[in-house]
Write a protein that binds this ligand. Structure first.
Ligand code: ADP
Ligand code: MG
Length: 422
């Protein structure tokens, strides 16, 4: 679903109040009754003004009227939620303008944005349930039986979780984007100038890159964590010239090159030597090494990399493993090593939230970018369903978009400035 920031400039202060009121009402009502919107907006000029605001919000699809409910009401759309989040990011000074989309995942949209000082950043909008809503009967039944607004709440939990882990991982030197801000279902982070491993046709030394990635999995385990979706879509590979310093590459301790000998820069015929630096992204499925299914997720992460290296680079490691039991032997031990799984629980993303999110992801079949499930999902039991029997005629389910990525462009067009009335 597209994030179209241009309408943001046309919203008045009162429109923002009404939009916020619909969001507030949506906590307890799937369809927020119009009289409740009027009350929550507390606009002095009364119901007529609120109704005017409602139509100006409904026109660009920020709220949607639900006609066949037993009462007249509106629900917040992802578009409306996007605007509320952008508004907050703008007010806190994290985001000044919005550029183009650089990634489309199954459960998210990724945009280039800029800070007030012009620094290019990434805005990730979590969209849990976007695909699953329409296609999977089990999801629909599940969602019907749940409290209202669960897609919104769950997308927010996914963003909170991702942000909490990004902060913790970055803090101990893992190669992850710098986290900048989080609001509602969104995260703002550093833009990594790199391609996903998926888009890399060949590398000079596959064994070396493989070792780096396996080291990353092992290092995560020592810090109490399993990525849970460690694959070629979620590893960005930067190419750094050998003579440039690369302080943020803790995945290697040896000579910092994929090609063993640095080239003397005096020889113009020799191509410059580069080293490949992986950056890990996409953390909503992160789990603790103490999780009951930890071992199968660990194995899946390892096997994803093995499978990809065999297929793409025709590389197969000489030794089996690594194995979960060995990987967790020293978890939490050693100088500077911490149990991030325990720490993150204490920083606001609680165990209860983690369980809620995990339960939801399993129920709606969220399984990350990789293929296959280590045997704990519900995919096998769900069936495709046409939309014919929908009784929610106004239910605005965006079309699923093809999954894939678009490489960051070097020359980005002008970013759209967010004109927001405060
Ligand atoms: P999803 O959960 O939908 O898979 P990801 O976080 O993996 O979302 O992002 C999807 C794609 O967007 C990535 O494969 C990558 O190409 C791009 N992307 C995400 N975050 C960044 C970033 N910080 N810098 C550069 N590209 C990014
Ligand atoms: Mg991803």
């Amino acid at each position: 679903m597209k994030l179209d920031a241009k309408n943001i400039r046309y919203l008045s202060q009162e429109d923002w109040r009404v939009l916020t009121a619909v969001e507030q009402g949506a906590r307890n009502h799937e369809v927020v009754p119009t009289p409740l919107i009027v009350t929550l907006s507390s606009i002095r000029s009364g119901a007529t003004s609120v109704h005017k605001c409602i139509s100006s919000l409904a026109k660009p699809g920020l709220i949607g009227r639900v006609r066949n409910a037993s009462y007249d009401g509106y629900r917040l759309t992802y578009g409306g939620l996007d605007y509320l989040a952008l508004h907050s990011h703008r007010q806190s000074g994290a985001v000044y303008s919005v550029g183009n989309q650089i990634g489309v995942g199954k459960e998210s949209d990724i945009y280039v944005v800029a800070s007030p000082s012009g620094r290019r950043l990434v805005l990730k909008l979590h969209r849990l349930g976007r695909i699953s809503f329409r296609t999977v009967k089990a999801n629909r039944d599940y969602l019907r039986n749940r409290s209202s607004g669960s897609w919104m709440y769950m997308s927010r939990l996914a963003a909170m979780k991702e942000y909490a882990f990004m902060v913790a991982l970055r803090d101990v030197g893992f190669p992850v984007p710098e986290p900048v801000a989080q609001n509602r279902h969104t995260i703002v982070m550093e833009l990594i100038d790199a391609f996903p491993l998926r888009q890399i046709a060949s590398v000079p030394d596959p064994a070396k890159l493989y070792a780096k990635l396996i080291n990353l999995i092992l290092r995560l385990a020592r810090f109490g964590l399993i990525h849970g979706d460690f694959n070629e879509f979620n590893i960005l590979i930067s190419e750094v010239p050998v003579d440039a310093p690369a302080p943020s590459d803790p995945t290697t301790t040896e000579a910092p090159s994929d090609s063993p000998t640095p080239t003397p820069s005096s020889n113009p015929d020799t191509p410059p030597q580069i080293r490949l630096i992986p950056t890990l992204i996409d953390f909503p499925q992160m789990l603790s090494i103490s999780h009951p299914n930890a071992e199968s997720y660990f194995d899946r992460d390892v096997n994803c990399i093995k499978r990809f290296f065999a297929k793409r680079f025709h590389f197969t490691p000489d030794t089996p493993g690594p194995f979960f039991a060995d990987a967790i032997k020293d978890a939490g031990r050693g100088s500077g090593v911490r149990r991030l799984d325990i720490e993150v629980e204490a920083t606001g993303f609680s165990r209860k939230m983690a369980k809620e999110l995990e339960g939801y992801m399993k129920e709606v079949g969220v399984d990350g970018d990789g293929e296959g499930d280590p045997g704990v999902g519900v995919e096998a039991s769900v069936e495709e369903e046409s939309d014919e029997d929908s009784d929610e005629e106004d239910y605005d389910v965006p079309e699923p978009e093809p999954q894939g990525t678009v490489a960051p462009e070097t020359d980005l067009p002008e970013l759209e400035t967010l004109h927001i009335t405060d």
